[in-house]
Design a protein. Sequence first.
Length: 119
Amino acid sequence: MLSAIDDFDVAAEGLSPGELRVCVDSLRPLVDMYGTNGIESFLDTVTERIGETNGMGHFHLPVELECEVVSELMPQFDILIELRPGKHRWHLTEDDILTDWLPVRPTKTFLTLGQPNHR
């Protein structure tokens, strides 16, 4: 993943802010295999490299907010987006802001996907 980020950065002769977008479809298999302590180094390295290129990363973790893994991994992230059927809310960690539940309204440019079952 890091070499792919570097390759894009070199090919673009420097990426513009927000030009790099990295998605990890699910952290669940990594958490299940290595535990939260085992993936912290991975997250540190990847999120640091994304930040160095002024990119954006989003990581999916199909668990409930109350799950212990969420509180253990939250320091790695700036924002947590909590999803429920038809609604979402944002936790902005740096400013300690929690939005109200907001509706999710599918439009022609909105794609709604179900969470994969990794169990």
